[in-house]
Design a protein around this ligand. Sequence first.
Ligand code: NDP
Length: 399
Amino acid sequence: MGRALIIGAGGVASVAVAKCVQNSEVFSELMIASRTKARCDELAEKWGGKGVKITTAQVDADNVPELVELIKSYKPEIVINLALPYQDLTIMDACLETGVHYLDTANYEPKDTAKFEYKWQWAYHDRFKEAGLMALLGSGFDPGVTQVFSAYAMKHHFDEIHQIDILDANGGDHGYPFATNFNPEINIREITSNGRYWENGEWIETKPLEIKREYDFAEVGKKDMYLLYHEELESLVKNIKGLKKIRFFMTFGQKYITHLNVLENVGMTSIEPIDFNGQKIAPIEFLKAVLPDPASLGPRTHGKTNIGCIFQGIKDGKPKTYYLYNICDHQECYKEVGSQAISYTTGVPAMIGAALMMKGTWKGEGVFNMEEMDPDPFMEMLNKWGLPWRECFDPVLVD
Ligand code: NDP
C-alpha cells in the first residue's frame, strides 16, 4: 500500500522492520537508513525477499539537509524515527520541509542535559498543523501502549480516572553481570536522573531510586520496583482530565543497582565530556562502547516482561479499579524475530502506530501523544501483532 522510511537500525528498528514485513498489506516498500549502513544492510538481508521491497541508505540524522535530500529522493508517506531521542527535532524539521508524516518512540532529549520534556516537540504543533501533517510521539510501549491503555480505560471503564500507576517489570535474565536492555546511554541517563511523580496538581521530585516498592507480577513474580520519572506522565497529566495522581515504577534487581552505584560513584555514568589522551570523551558514551550491545542479548535472555497500568477512579458513581497489562516472553520474541522482549515491545507498537497512520485510521494535523487517538484500533492490533493484553478488575494496589 505504501512506503515508509525507518531511521535507525538498532534493537527497536530490527523488530519494527520484521513487523512491517509481516504487515505487507500496509507496508509495500521500506527504506532503512541509519548512521552505519552495514547494520541497515544486515536487516535488509534478513527481512528482504519476503514480499516487501527493502532498500538501505546511510544518513546522519543530526543533519537536516542530508535528511531532506534522502526523504525527497525516496518519497515515503511516513518517517519512522527509531534512532535516538537526540535526533527527534532534526527529523521533525526534515519532515516539515518535505511534507511527510512523522512518528517516534521516545521524546527529545538534548545531548548535553539528561532531561526529557515534551516542550520542544509540542512547540512544533502549529507548524505540523499548518502543513497538514501529523507527528505521533512515543509509539513504543512506555511511552506508547501505556497511554493507549489509559485512553482505553477512560473510554470504556471510567467516568473519571483519579490515579494511574504504570508498572514496568522485566523478569528477564541475560546471564551478564550488567547490561541494559536498550540503548545503555539513554537507559542509564533515565535511571540516574531524579524521580518525579504528580499528585494533587504538583510535581514531587525524589532522589534517583529513592522510592521502592515490592510487587507480585503475574508470570514474573515478586520484584522490587523503583519510582522513576517517565515522559508519558507529562502528557497523561495534560490529557486525562480529573487525574489526581500518577506514578511510574520500573523493576531492577539488586545486582543491577549495585553495578550502577559503582559506575556512578566512579564517574562512569557522567555525560560531561572529559579530556582523555587529547580527546574529548563523555564517560557514559565510553561505557556504552564496553557494555554488551542490547541487540546481542536476544539469544541469552530468558524470562518475561509484564508492563501495564493500574487505574483507580469512578464509574457510575462507584469507586472502581482496573489493571491492563501485557506479558511478553523474551525467548518467544527471539524465536519469532531474533530480538529480546524490550526491543519487541517497542518495535511492535512502532509498526502499529505507523500502520494506523498509513491507513488513515489515525489521522490529525499537528503533534499528538498516543492517548489523544482512538485506542480501539490500536488495542485490536496489539492482540493481532504479538502483544495481547490482559485485564484484571481486582488488582493489588501499590501503596
Ligand atoms: P540502539 O542504540 O540499538 O539503536 C539506535 C540506532 O540509531 C542505531 O542504529 C544508531 O546507529 C542510530 N543512530 C544514532 N545516531 C544516529 C544519527 N545521528 N544518524 C543516524 N542514525 C543514528 O537503540 P534502540 O533501538 O534500543 O532504541 C531506539 C529508540 O527507541 C531510542 O530512542 C529509545 O529511547 C527508544 N525506546 C523506546 C521505548 C519505549 O517503550 N517507548 C523502549 C526502548 C527504547 P549506529 O548503528 O551507527 O549506532
